[in-house]
Design a protein around this ligand. Sequence first.
Ligand code: PRP
Ligand code: URA
Length: 208
Amino acid sequence: MDAIVLDHPLVHHKLTLARDRKTPGSLFRQLIEELGLLLAVESTRDLPIISIVVETPLERTQGSSLIPLDPVLVPVLRAGLGLLPSFLQLLPTAKVGHLGLYRDHDSLVPVPYYRNFPPLLEERPVFVLDPMLATGGSASEAVRQLKVAGARKITLASVLAAPEGIAKLQEDHPDLRMVIAAVDRQLNERGYILPGLGDAGDRIFGTA
Ligand code: PRP
Ligand code: URA
């Protein structure tokens, strides 16, 4: 499936601020949340709705309601936590699963260390949250684990992707929907996105 790439002046503006090495951690965290809000709007475009009747103060009319099957948000720890508040703001009744993965510094292979998914994954729309899609190893492993747990309708929301990561996910999971704020040029020899914004987890949590 083709990745959906947001092309919006607010994305370009906020992403440029986030890229700046001089941007302090508190502002970086806020920018990731704001970009997360823009991602959440596009990521939820296909949520199923039903038609309902509503009484305004003036008359009865036809309205819409999300089907009452709460979606599941799965931030990939740690950096995915930076996108969670924005998605919860728009989807306040969502269930939240957590998946802990870190990239081995040498092999760049994702190492799982924590997992807690809510029930009924097979029926609910699932949103994997991770601001960075570099080699694609972490996102691919997250989607694999969710599929094994029963998830069928999965969307990945990322702030910044490398073309290599998008290609890997299209190869590993052709049915995955991807919504990405921007796509950068390439990876460097250490698996970092260029020009990129550095290590998102370290910048969000001040661990650099
Ligand atoms: C970062 C990022 C992704 C992963 C992307 O996490 O948040 O999960 O790297 O790289 P990949 O596409 O090559 O797998 P990291 O492993 O640095 O862990 P952290 O969020 O705890 O810092
Ligand atoms: N993870 C990050 O946080 N940044 C990158 O550029 C690559 C992986």
